[in-house]
Design a protein around this ligand. Structure first.
Ligand code: WTA
Length: 685
């Protein structure tokens, strides 16, 4: 964010730029689908009076119900402390341990129950079933290693760069047991992207795995750790230890050399900690549980800091009532634990409820589009949770596959991006065989858990709409001038949440000013006010509310592109392009894609006198992949003679987005260089 803008101004999206909402598809309102009777008969929540318990006049005490799903070592004294807006503090005075709540407290009733089903990508490798007792043993041993071998203690940060294996939740829970703050980086991110997060969080320990399977290949992952450590060192930050889990215990699957003083093979050293037990550290409810880095409007990714008590209470309640998890269910969320969905709804929410949670290593369509349904049949999964991108890919590659398998879901979730009604209907009819209640859950890394969703046993479903707000959440839609749109108006605006809630992130790690500026400044009624009512939370999404109260999310209002449900900052991609010495200007725009939702197109202009060559375009693409990761790879890199610009020299991304999306760029006569538009049109696909 540039220094010369006032916070209020800086929080405004620039309307000359393209935003996702502006090019979002506007689907017609759809008809309703009733949840199946068999689902309602067993649902955890069927009492419509639930909303009366969570009206604003009962705020914040209503959230006691959330906290009471947890086991507290010291019960809290104050539900909500609002003395430093907007840094809300929940369940103040309470002491709690997240690992105890997800593991130890289940040993009495559920020790022989599977906590984690780990499904390796190779189909001939056996599925591992970890009981709660086994999880308890492994978490304790690893916590002992972290404490004794690495000297880690409560409040330290540790970066994890781990694939989707059982050792990832084990590692997270071991950190939580000690009060150590984990920061898991998506395994698909590059070593450099990992380094930025190590430096920002000041992690002295990096935990990784030597290799993992993806799309049929055993990928060398340790190599990324070497890059990450070297890059962190170049930024002046030293990593003391790299802990390396072995994908195949007992042998090394990465050809990279070990650095004697630094690298530790976990599976070897763990032998010293066999049978060790570590008391869960009683942490203040308000201490941080983890950081999750995500892309925002500007520059570098920001570390969203989530609390122990409030966060865990929020994900436990929403897992119970929105995911409808009962202890006997087999629950599979096919997200990656490297994103918030995996933290909240593979690890912390389900395990807090003693569910059996499936962790699948690989890609959904490997070796074919029947794979998820074979897994579901084999493990008797009855709750299934995934993203529109995965559903679109499975539908494209295997529209008739689900019918070939004898799986039965009672409940299915879609999350992360808007789902097209056609795709929703395939999910309902073909994947769910018409037997499942579907929830389309809208939320964000920042919000910890769901904000909007139908209640699966109570509300009718409407394809393409997320539904009403969940109990305890009170949204409001503002227009650009700060005027509230009437509820149910059907008009598009910026969706905000009126009230604090326990799952909300506490701050941006080391950047509280940006936290206030980006999420609260825009619609704050009075920056001096101590009243939470004056501090609506700006989600950064465009939305409309239909007359029935259901919300439809239109997409981001800022410079974030949602690729396959993953957030990427346009600025991050542009900065990667600018690292190529020939490039002087870069502009990224989102392009509609039938499977991934949106993909980035990257326009670059070169230094004067340089000719556009395919090599330069390749170099730019490679730079994006090495800086961020393969998910950010542009669909195409277009080397342009000049960027379309306003007379004040601003790049008109709107014009570029129109060209990439094969739409009419509209009136370009006011540009400083209108003649360039036709030239660019001829270059872009
Ligand atoms: C988008 C993922 C439409 C939205 C949990 C949000 C959605 C961003 C939905 C957050 C949904 C998430 N319908 N759009 N059901 N869920 N989004 O932080 O733009 O990775 O702001 O969290 O995804 O992405 P994030």
């Amino acid at each position: 964010m540039s220094k010369d803008k006032s916070p209020r101004e800086a929080a405004q999206p620039t309307m000359t730029d393209v935003s996702e909402a502006q090019i979002a598809v506007h689907w017609p309102e759809e008809g309703y689908y009733a949840p199946p009777n068999a689902f309602i008969a067993q649902a955890n929540l069927t009492d419509e009076r639930v909303f009366q318990r969570f009206t604003l006049d009962k705020f914040p005490e209503c959230f006691k119900e959330f906290a009471d799903l947890l086991s507290w070592s010291k019960y809290w004294e104050q539900t909500l402390d609002t003395s430093h807006p907007p840094f809300w503090r929940w369940f103040v005075g309470g002491r709690i341990n997240a690992c105890f709540n997800c593991v130890d407290r289940h040993l009495g009733a559920h020790k022989n129950k599977t906590a984690i089903h780990f499904v390796p990508e190779p189909e001939d490798e056996a599925v591992q079933h970890l009981t709660y007792q086994e999880l308890f043993v492994r978490v304790n041993e690893f916590a002992a290693l972290l404490r004794e071998h690495c000297g880690l203690k409560a409040g330290d940060r540790v970066t994890l760069h781990m694939p989707m294996v059982a050792e990832l939740p084990i590692t997270m829970l071991a950190c939580a047991r000690l009060g150590v703050i984990h920061s898991q980086v998506f395994s698909g991110f590059s070593g450099k992207a990992c380094a930025d997060r190590i430096v920002d969080s000041e992690s002295r320990v990096l935990i990784t795995m030597d290799a993992y399977y993806r799309a049929g290949k055993l990928l060398d992952h340790k190599e990324k750790a070497d890059t990450a450590v070297a890059e962190a060192a170049a930024q002046g930050h030293r990593v003391d230890k790299v802990l390396i889990w072995q994908r195949h215990p007992g042998r090394t699957s990465s050809p990279t050399k070990l650095d004697g003083g630094r690298d530790v093979i976990v599976n070897d050293v763990l032998k010293e900690y066999r049978g060790k037990r570590v008391e869960p550290v009683e942490m203040p409810a308000e201490a941080p549980l983890f950081l999750m880095y995500t892309s925002g409007t500007t520059g570098r990714p920001k570390g969203c800091q989530h609390s122990i008590g409030g966060y865990l209470a929020y994900v436990a309640w929403t897992s119970k009532y929105i995911q409808d998890i009962h202890p006997e269910d087999v629950y599979w969320c096919m997200a990656d634990i490297g994103w918030i969905t995996g933290h909240s709804y593979i690890v912390y929410g389900p395990l807090a409820l003693a569910a059996s949670s499936v962790v699948y290593e690989g890609v959904p369509t490997h070796p074919d589009a029947g794979r998820p349904w074979r897994i579901a049949e084999q493990l008797d999964v009855n709750i299934f949770h995934t993203s529109p991108t995965a559903i679109r890919a499975l539908r494209r590659d295997g529209p008739d596959e689900p019918a070939k398998y004898n799986h039965h879901f009672k409940h299915m979730t879609t999350v992360g991006e808007p789902i097209e009604p056609e795709v929703w209907k395939w999910y309902f009819n073909v994947v769910g065989k018409g037997e499942a209640a579907i929830v389309d859950t809208w939320w964000q890394t920042e919000t910890g858990g769901f904000l909007c969703s139908t209640l699966p046993g109570l509300h009718k479903m409407k394809p393409g709409s997320t539904g009403p707000a969940i109990p305890g959440i009170h949204p409001v839609i503002y227009d650009d001038e700060g005027k509230e749109l009437a509820s149910g108006s059907g008009k598009a605006g910026n969706i905000c949440i009126r009230n604090p809630w326990p799952g909300a992130f506490q701050t941006i790690w080391k950047d509280p000013d940006r936290f206030v500026r980006q999420y609260y400044a825009r619609y704050c009624k009075d920056p001096k006010s101590k009243d939470w009512r004056d501090w609506p939370y700006l989600a950064g999404d465009g939305a409309v509310q239909a007359a029935d109260g259901y919300y439809r999310i239109l997409g981001r209002i800022d410079d974030v592109i949602n690729v396959s449900g993953h957030r990427l900052g346009t600025k991050e991609i542009e900065s990667a392009a600018l690292l190529v010495p020939e490039v002087v200007e870069a502009a990224v725009v989102p392009v509609a894609d039938a499977v991934k939702g949106k993909v980035p197109d990257l326009y670059v202009a070169l230094k004067p006198g340089l000719a556009a060559t395919p090599e330069i375009a390749k170099k730019v693409s490679a730079s994006v992949v090495s800086e961020i990761g393969a998910i950010a790879r542009p669909r195409q890199v277009i080397v342009v003679p000049d960027m379309p610009k306003t007379r004040s020299g601003k790049i008109m991304r709107r014009v570029l987005a129109a060209i990439s999306n094969q739409q009419d760029p509209g009136d370009v006569s006011t540009l400083a260089n209108p003649e360039v538009v036709d030239k660019i049109k001829a270059l872009a696909k």
